[in-house]
Ligand binder design. Structure first.
Ligand SMILES: Cc1cc2nc3c(=O)[nH]c(=O)nc-3n(C[C@H](O)[C@H](O)[C@H](O)COP(=O)(O)O)c2cc1C
Length: 443
């Protein structure tokens, strides 16, 4: 698909773009080698100019990133053999990334993702006010440092305990669906990178790969996010499969009770890759039912149902009101996940960080509080923890790392945030994440 460059330098699909691409995949075992998968239009063979364009993009990307892969390896980039249909994605590499910041990584990801995949991941609902507000509102909480605190770098302790898991740092992966939009291995690649980074993976009910394959790809901690199905038998089956596959908690996403309104993605014709399926419902993998038949009239009783079927702790995700957190805990929730879904559901919601403290006050230590929506820097993690979150989850940046660096790119994103948090702690005079409180902020 030829890309058109906008005035602001961004890439967009031409008006007549239909997502009808087939992609040939040839997997290179060497993760150090830059491997390029070039998309091939179904009706036409990729022409030389397109190939040059894509290889130029890879070269530019590698140069821009100071990538560890030697530029010479770019010459080994492969043209497709047009035989296997899979996610229509641009260059896929597996390498660790030297990340300056996650905004720059997003720009790099934009260069290697299709316009459709980029719109799907980066976009949000409506006019995207909430998406922007999620970032802006962190500035409402300037950090107030403690001086003469006698803390050395070796004193910094980022470790936490979360629902029975000891984690080396309080940053986990948010449930995000459809990873084959950006990487042919989908969630298997993401969970591999997450495990390498030593942290916890939340597997989306909307994953492209089935939950068992994702579970089998990691020895690390993992939770399963459920989309309730209108067919109770389907819901029960998903829960039993998740329990049997070793997921140690179930997330009920309470805010995704209707289609998000991502206008750019809709304009592009919702270009899911050809042959895309929601893996958990795919009969070829033991699934059933229709992913889209979601039960949306959720109540606290549904928490009890999940607990009864699985015996696992239940996390309620998508909480923005203190009262709703209280209701969820009284209904049996073992953790509250404050989130506005990264602005992907209802535009006009407040920034998630702006409501965190109210929720934490009502939760009052009864259960852990997880936070997501808008975290891009270590100081954002710091502020969320200071406002009372026990851990934070990361959505889009993980996918951008996946697009640019494959599993190692995911690992790089998580470790980058970990390292930035560590520096923020040191410079703010905070020894342990457990010590963080609003006292470190000017609120
Ligand atoms: C592409 C994409 C797909 C998502 N899919 C799901 C999902 O299947 N289930 C869910 O609970 N949240 C989903 N989310 C929301 C994330 O879990 C998380 O709340 C959000 O991305 C956090 O904001 P951030 O991207 O700014 O970190 C998705 C987010 C993105 C970007």
């Amino acid at each position: 698909m030829p890309m058109v460059r906008r005035g602001n330098g961004s890439l967009r699909a031409p008006e007549n773009f239909r997502h009808s691409e087939e992609v040939s995949l040839s997997v290179e075992p060497s993760s150090r080698r830059v491997v390029t998968f070039l998309s091939l239009r179904r009706e036409e063979t990729m022409n030389i100019s397109r190939r040059n364009l894509m290889q130029g993009a890879v070269a530019g990307l590698a140069a821009a990133m100071g990538a560890r892969a030697a530029p010479a390896s770019l010459a080994e980039a492969k043209a497709p053999s047009a035989s296997i249909t899979a996610a229509a994605v641009a260059p896929v590499v597996s390498r660790s990334l030297d990340i300056i910041n996650l905004d720059l990584l997003q720009e790099q990801a934009r260069l290697v993702m299709t316009a459709g995949a980029y719109a799907f991941v980066a976009g949000a609902s409506g006019a995207e006010w909430t998406l922007r507000e999620n970032r802006r509102a962190f500035d409402d909480f300037p950090i107030l440092t403690h001086r003469l605190a006698g803390i050395a770098a070796s004193d910094i302790d980022l470790g936490i305990d979360l629902l029975g898991h000891r984690l080396p740092y309080p940053i986990i992966v948010a449930p995000v669906g459809a990873h084959t939009m950006v990487h042919p291995d989908g969630e298997v690649a993401t969970v591999t990178g997450t495990a390498a980074a030593g942290t916890l993976y939340q597997s989306s009910g909307a994953s492209a790969r089935p939950l068992e394959e994702i579970a089998n790809a990691t020895l690390g901690p993992k939770w399963f996010q459920l989309y309730f199905n209108t067919d109770v038998g389907v819901t029960r089956s998903l829960l039993e499969r998740a329990r049997d596959a070793g997921y140690s908690a179930i997330i009920i996403t309470a805010d995704a009770i209707g289609p998000g309104n991502n206008e750019t993605f809709i304009q592009l014709g919702k270009p899911f890759p050809p042959g895309f399926t929601f893996g958990n419902h795919d009969p070829r993998h033991g699934g059933g039912g229709d992913f889209r038949s979601q039960k949306i009239d959720l109540t606290p009783e549904d928490i009890g149902f999940v607990r009864e079927v699985t015996g696992l702790p239940v996390i309620i995700k998508g909480i923005l009101r203190a009262g709703d957190a209280d209701t969820a805990i009284k209904g049996g929730a073992a953790a509250i996940h404050v989130s506005n879904h990264g602005g992907r559901q209802l535009d006009g919601l407040p920034a998630a960080i702006s409501v965190l403290r109210e929720v934490v006050q009502v939760v009052d230590g009864r259960v852990p509080v997880i936070f997501d929506s808008g975290i891009r820097r270590g100081i954002d993690v710091f502020r969320a923890l200071a406002l009372g979150a026990d851990a934070v989850a990361i959505g889009r940046p993980v996918l951008f790392g996946l697009a640019v660096g494959g599993p190692q790119g995911v690992q790089s994103v998580l470790e980058h945030l970990r390292d930035e948090l560590s520096v923020a702690m040191l410079l703010a005079g905070a020894k342990s994440v457990k010590d963080l409180s609003p006292d470190y902020l000017r609120t």
